[in-house]
Design a protein around this ligand. Structure first.
Ligand code: NAD
Length: 246
């Protein structure tokens, strides 16, 4: 019951890591508003979790009005909102000559502007429902570049920075803000990519391994934690090697 008295809004909550976070939050006694553009998946997850525990709403993170509706829905349904998980994200890629300006604009809109709009829309309610927690899902690409992932790398670095400016402003109001940086985790996002042995553990992470960290950050267990970065990457960023001789 680590999430008792907590109400969480999860963007991109219909599948992948977001759906796992929704399931674990409910299992730990919390309520969730699942926001996504995948209506069928979102509705069926909310049904699975139960109408008294979860509700789905269409939330395109690039649309400020959708964010306002999602926050209002949380207050109407569960009386408050004290956890925001900015999880929705997309990936696209290409060499500098091939990567289009539209691809850049699209990914910045979802991965970078999306979390900002969510934080802006939710802030008054997070303050009135405090203690509250904002969790921004970045990536190991928020610490290191990935070749040909220009928009993804730039947006994930940006989310890491936004997390800190928000933490500094909202600490006085009882709202914490932290970033989570997963390595490769098995979800539909990277189903077509060859990323299985990116780390010294030589395996992809499981969504539940990330959800356990989300529960820690969302709950009052992390009450002295704000403005911080949480790597969960199987050692991907630990370093290089081994060195081989000539
Ligand atoms: P996923 O593709 O399974 O889930 C992403 C969700 O975001 C989907 O449900 C999708 O519909 C939703 N989404 C996309 N655009 C949206 C929009 N405009 N508005 C609302 N929802 C939208 O991928 P995932 O792996 O579960 O990704 C979750 C987060 O974790 C993303 O921010 C991703 O960048 C990050 N991440 C993933 C990995 C990984 O290896 N899977 C690694 C590091 C970081």
């Amino acid at each position: 019951m680590r999430m008792q008295d907590k109400v969480a809004l999860i963007s991109g909550g219909a599948r992948g890591m977001g759906a796992s976070h929704a399931r674990m939050i409910v299992a730990e006694g919390g309520n969730v508003v699942i926001g996504d553009i995948l209506d069928d998946e979102g509705e069926s997850l909310a049904k699975e979790l139960g109408a008294d525990k979860a509700v789905y709403t269409r939330l395109d993170v690039t649309d400020y009005a959708d964010w306002q509706n999602a926050v209002d829905l949380s207050v109407r349904t569960f009386g408050k909102l004290n956890v925001l998980v900015n999880n929705a994200g997309i990936v696209n890629m290409g060499s500098l000559t091939d990567y289009s300006i539209k691809e850049w604009d699209d990914i910045i809109a979802v991965n970078q502007t999306g979390p900002f709009l969510g934080i802006k829309a939710a802030t008054p309610t997070l303050i009135s429902s405090a203690p509250s927690s904002i969790i921004n899902i970045s990536s190991t690409a928020g610490f290191q570049g990935i070749a040909e992932l220009h928009g993804y790398t730039a947006s994930k670095f940006a989310v890491r920075g936004l997390t800190k400016s928000v933490a500094l402003e909202l600490a006085q109001h009882g709202v914490r803000s932290n970033s989570v940086h997963p390595g490769t985790v098995s979800t539909p996002m990277n189903a077509d990519l060859d990323v299985a042995d990116f780390n010294p553990m030589k395996r992809m992470g499981n969504v539940k391994e990330v959800s356990q960290l989300i529960i820690y950050l969302a709950s009052n267990e992390s009450s002295f934690v704000t403005g911080a970065e949480f790597l969960i990457d199987g050692g991907e960023l630990a370093g290089m090697g081994p060195l081989s001789s000539k």
